[in-house]
Design a protein around this ligand. Sequence first.
Ligand code: NAP
Length: 281
Amino acid sequence: MILIDGKKAAVELREELKIEVSGLKSKYNKVPGLTVILIGGLAPSQIYVRNKEKSANEVGLKSDVIRYPDSVEEKTVLDKIYELNKDDSVSGILVQLPLPKHIDKQKVIEAILPSKDVDGFHPMNVGNLSSGYESSVPCTPLGCYLLIKKIEPNLSGKKAVIVGRSNLNGKPMTQLLLKENCTVTITHSKTKDLKGECLKGDIIVAAVGMPELVKGDWVKKDAIVIDVGINKTDKGIVGDVAFDEVSKVAKALTPVPGGVGPMTIACLLKNTIECFKRSQK
Ligand code: NAP
């Protein structure tokens, strides 16, 4: 069984991006810039944003974090986004989620210029992705996609089963694999016979949020299994896949932690660089 090392893949991707940024600096005499807006003091969000800033600096991007207290008015945030939309030194804007209840998440997402939407959440980017046009792709599914391609470069005709249909993970994952000519089944909480569906998959991507939902006898021999889940349990952090059982049947499997997670931030940097390059065309 191949243990898919997301940490190593993320280091390699960051190295490639660092070289690319250096080339862009020579060509344009400026570097891509990422601005993150962080609202409130939620500990996980603070940690994510610190890691994003550190990684952005490591690859040579210009990186800024704008911090607001929980009580900030929605209009203040929207006005800041409009200002950043017009700022040529800002290639990508990310508003760290979740937001306080009084701020309308969708309004904030739609305020970001689609060409600077590094999270790929703007409806324009969602539509472009599903139409097969150039777009920013949400970072976690993009990371999953790159890991799958490392194991199996030719995905044409493979049967992929996606467990979970969130806008963040399941739906964009479906589009990415469709584009690779996979036959994709997307499953969810109302799916009948989830085990039977999973058993048909040459590729399974689990993005549910239920500890060890996907069992060993749900997985076809030699399937590639990508575990997006992050679940806090009494035995520590586990994924949506029963690792010990599935590792006995799968051809390749991501661990949790150390699989999909590390690729997410690297893909955010990749998206920022892509936004910069498109803006220079
Ligand atoms: P979400 O928005 O809560 O969506 C969960 C999906 O799972 C829904 O589509 C839901 O179906 C489906 N589901 C729930 N119970 C199910 C069941 N028993 N059988 C089949 N499907 C079921 O979750 P998300 O934001 O996509 O996140 C999923 C997991 O990924 C979480 O553990 C999260 O922490 C993790 N995550 C990891 C990363 C990373 O970087 N590694 C990034 C983001 C998220 P319905 O649509 O029918 O409700």
